[in-house]
Design a protein around this ligand. Sequence first.
Ligand SMILES: Nc1nc2c(c(=O)[nH]1)N[C@H]1C(S)=C(S)[C@@H](COP(=O)(O)OP(=O)(O)OC[C@H]3O[C@@H](n4cnc5c(=O)[nH]c(N)nc54)[C@H](O)[C@@H]3O)O[C@H]1N2
Ligand SMILES: Nc1nc2c(c(=O)[nH]1)N[C@H]1C(S)=C(S)[C@@H](COP(=O)(O)OP(=O)(O)OC[C@H]3O[C@@H](n4cnc5c(=O)[nH]c(N)nc54)[C@H](O)[C@@H]3O)O[C@H]1N2
Ligand code: SF4
Ligand SMILES: [Mo]
Length: 688
Amino acid sequence: MGQTESGWITTDCTLCYHSCGMEVFVEEGRIKKVRGLKDHPLNRGRLCPKGARVIEMVYHPDRLKYPLKKVNGQWQRMTWDDTLSEISDHLQRLKKEYGPEVLSIFSGSIGVENLEMMELAQRFKGAFGTPNFISVEGICYRMRIRARQMTFGKYPVEETNTKLYVLWGHNPEQSDFPLFLSLKENLAKGSKLVVIDPKKIPLAQKADLYLPIRPGTDGALALALIHVIIKENLYDREFVEKWTYGFDKLVPHIEPYTPEWAEKITWVNAEEIRKLARMYAEAESASIFQGTNTQDQTANGTQNSRAFAILQTMTGNINNPGGWVIGPRLAITGLGLPTEKKPIGAENYALFYDFWGRKSPYGQVVCFPDHVPDVIKALIVTGGNPVLSMPDSHAFKEALQKLDLLVVHDLFMTETAELAHYVLPACTHLEKNGLAYSYNVCHGIPYLMLRKKAIEPLYESRSEFQFWKGLANHMGLGEFFPWETDEEIVELELRSTGLSYNTLKEEKAAGAYYGEKRYGMEEYDRKGFPTPSKKIEIYSETFAQAGFDPLPTYREPDQSPLRDSELSQQYPLVLTTGARILYYTHSQHRNIKGLKERHPDPIAEIHPKTAGQYGIQDGNWILVESNRGQIKVKARLTEALREGVVSIPHGWPGEANVNLLTDVHCREPIMGYPQMKSQLCAIRKAED
Ligand SMILES: Nc1nc2c(c(=O)[nH]1)N[C@H]1C(S)=C(S)[C@@H](COP(=O)(O)OP(=O)(O)OC[C@H]3O[C@@H](n4cnc5c(=O)[nH]c(N)nc54)[C@H](O)[C@@H]3O)O[C@H]1N2
Ligand SMILES: Nc1nc2c(c(=O)[nH]1)N[C@H]1C(S)=C(S)[C@@H](COP(=O)(O)OP(=O)(O)OC[C@H]3O[C@@H](n4cnc5c(=O)[nH]c(N)nc54)[C@H](O)[C@@H]3O)O[C@H]1N2
Ligand code: SF4
Ligand SMILES: [Mo]
């Protein structure tokens, strides 16, 4: 693949999915310095604390260095060739006996920002013939894309410059560094801010309105907002008449959803709901920024996303500067190969899998534990740590232990890798070429840049390209991976974009926008929207046909404090999980000293009054219990969090892993997403 260069190399950061621009200084084949790329529109020269410490990660002594095989419970060093040969033999045997569905491939959130990781895994999946590709798409983000697509026929995204930001379960200060940068600038210029969150996050101090909502009840609030906007005639009548389908059905539908009704459910004061409805409808432009996964992981997720789409529509905040805008479609050539068979979950969650013939390449990951070993007996994990990151670690761990074959390709020995039969060393993003793309945060215009290799792979680590190609070769599937280098892959991906590998390498190292954004409705005047009614579908026949409410409705979390049940008595507090910590990506980076010291302990945030009821003080180690298990974390008392709520970040290992508490069978009924933001728990002081 040729020697890498010395000096400053322009590439991106893949430590989280934002793909900020990064420059890396290389001397004698070693990375010496990194800095943010000034010309990148997302981070504009800055790096968050994770990106700034990437060198510590790349050269971490705990990096996996060579392939390992578990023999009698001990890791034994292997060569790549022998390992791939053994895996290949094993897969062939299983396939022959049980058919190709026997293999599943899991890709984590790294596979969302790393096109090649996802695409090559999907290529192998197709070459092997299994439909069972599963990923974080089954618990994060895809739900909103599909809900918006079913409403608009396309996927509009939030503009980063708006006159009114509605942060609805989203805390960009921790999770969305690029949005945080533009938000701060625009607030200084007079934009307004609303925060809807059970925690008064620091940004809420600057907000014009803060609504302390009970976790999992956002759908009720959204319905009440629609109610007020209609009742008070605050909607954009002209826009609604011209562009929407089914508004007449919405009007009687929202009759019962008064702010007073919502107050009982959401714990948000009815007058505050009215205030928000007026502020939102009257803003010059407004954009709802729903949490990247917050709404997805509630009992009402799909309907919440639909309700937000309807709110944006009713107020005319579609395709206007500062609203939700439909940008040009990114025409990257996919590498995935389709399979005829349906993946796990396709029957139970039909709209996740298929609508209007738009098939998704993903199985529903929450269905995985129940399909092992009956359907699935082998799993390859690439760039993910499902034991810590998927809901219900007990269920996932048990399933992984029942597998005939578990292969993990990662940088480190994770809790998932510890359960594997084979562990393969992966290289970091700075050791391979790829195509980086950003979408939302660049104002709805796709932005492409070369993720340029800065150094040669360390130790015996290999890229996803090398791994899948190698395995395919061993299995006689080499024809599906005809390329020699990862540069060729980037070239292929770019084929229909008008850009080329060389253009990105030589002329546009800092990246290039792909396509132009057009405001206004001219395009739809001519063609209509690509939905069955050719309009924006407030009322969705697609939902009705699939057996779901065609207009947004509300569903209480499966585990609810409002229900007087044995469960709510035993576990009286509301548990929300996974609020992001700036210093870590999911289960990663706790081995980076410069980050760990910034946030050393796994914590549970609790209001002092709630903690007081259990004799818990700030800094005490506590046990948190749910119907699925128990964990031990440190209590952090804060008046910022609503009383009666416990908020615990995810990704901590061992007995602090919050997914030991979450329940893979508490699911949103339409797309199957787990209710990780709204379960019940109990707390008590730990003995020592
Ligand atoms: N309770 C609860 N759980 C949650 C959430 C929550 O809110 N609450 N959030 C969920 C969400 S939204 C998501 S997206 C998931 C994320 O779930 P995962 O993606 O499974 O989580 P990570 O811990 O980021 O795992 C990524 C793994 O990839 C490895 N890796 C990094 N770079 C590379 C590479 O270049 N190649 C390879 N092969 N490996 C690499 C890392 O070492 C790490 O082990 O977590 C989910 N889990
Ligand atoms: N540093 C860092 N950044 C990340 C990640 C990471 O692991 N680390 N992960 C990335 C990924 S894959 C994802 S999906 C995104 C996640 O991004 P988001 O889902 O937007 O998560 P946060 O920004 O942490 O904001 C969640 C906020 O919602 C609040 N909240 C909790 N439950 C509820 C609820 O039921 N309703 C409402 N209204 N609010 C609630 C929490 O208190 C918190 O302030 O972050 C991405 N960015
Ligand atoms: S936000 Fe931080 S970790 Fe994420 S891509 Fe940007 S610099 Fe890297
Ligand atoms: Mo995510």
